[in-house]
Design a protein around this ligand. Structure first.
Ligand code: ADP
Length: 256
């Protein structure tokens, strides 16, 4: 795709010379398009909860607050829409932060990090009666970008909970290969699975298969985009193995 062609004629010598410079702008045009689409999507996603908060609070102020039933119900909606807004903002900030601090490293204890995430998710784990199995191979202490490793683990664990079934199971495996200096993180759930067609799209920003499939409310459609984009900055990769109706396995590989 040659969008700019510059011709320089030189008539100094007897022979005429022509210099043709071709600039391939495909990639930068694509990047611009992704940016514009992203801003449009973000605006749309933010607008929905804001409109709802505005509408319900106005209705309350206009008198509905005197009806205790309406007061409870509308406050509930305002609260859950505010939670949604703050999750969206958090995820958008994570996406923009992912590109920075690539070289930053800290001492990370992978086991402690995962325990901490499970602790934060313990209400949902209990509520859906999920069993979590963990297996660690090798020294759990590594030198890595702590925040980025946490983003990858946290988003995958949250999904393994949200898209599981009641009384389901989550299996977590962490292998630290000290000779190859890399970690492998495998997370397997017993949920609904992901079709092959969707497997190719779930890492796109804002792509969601079906909101109603989730055990947990919320979700922004950004979780797996954050995982993928974080792994890109770490030269890591992610693979999926999934069977519809049986569950999904994500296999993450990160060089340290
Ligand atoms: P969301 O906020 O919707 O969870 P994600 O980017 O984390 O956004 O995931 C994108 C979509 O991929 C989800 O809407 C869901 O349909 C699907 N998905 C992600 N993880 C799983 C999983 N472990 N099992 C089944 N479906 C999943």
């Amino acid at each position: 795709d040659a969008n700019v062609i510059r011709l320089i004629h030189s008539r100094e010598d007897f022979d005429q010379q022509v210099l043709v410079i071709l600039y391939d702008l495909t990639e930068s045009r694509q990047f611009e398009k992704i940016q514009v689409d992203f801003v449009n999507n973000v605006s749309h996603e933010l607008k929905t909860p804001v409109t709802s908060i505005e509408g319900f609070s106005e209705t309350l102020l206009n008198g509905a607050k005197n009806d205790p039933k309406k007061l409870d119900h509308f406050l509930d909606i305002i609260h859950s829409e505010s939670v949604r807004l703050s999750e969206l903002i958090q995820d958008i900030l994570s996406l923009s932060k992912v590109r920075k601090d690539t070289a930053k490293t800290d001492m990370v204890n992978l086991r402690d990090d995962i325990e901490h995430i499970l602790e934060q998710q313990s209400l949902a784990i209990k509520k859906h009666n999920l069993t979590v199995k963990q297996d660690y191979v090798g020294n759990p202490e590594v030198t890595a970008n702590k925040e980025k490793i946490n983003l990858v683990f946290r988003n995958l664990i949250k999904n393994a909970i949200s898209y599981n079934k009641e009384n389901g199971e989550i299996k977590l495996e962490v292998h630290h290969d000290e000779i190859e200096n890399r970690i492998k993180f495998i997370i397997q759930d017993t949920g609904l699975g992901i079709s092959e067609a969707d497997q190719g799209r779930i890492f796109e920003r804002f792509y969601r298969v079906d909101r109603s499939r989730s055990l947990e409310t919320g979700g922004t459609g950004l979780g797996l985009a954050i995982v993928k984009e974080t792994l890109d900055t770490l030269d890591g990769d992610i693979r999926i193995e999934s069977n519809l109706g049986l569950g999904t396995k994500f296999i993450v590989d990160i060089p340290l």
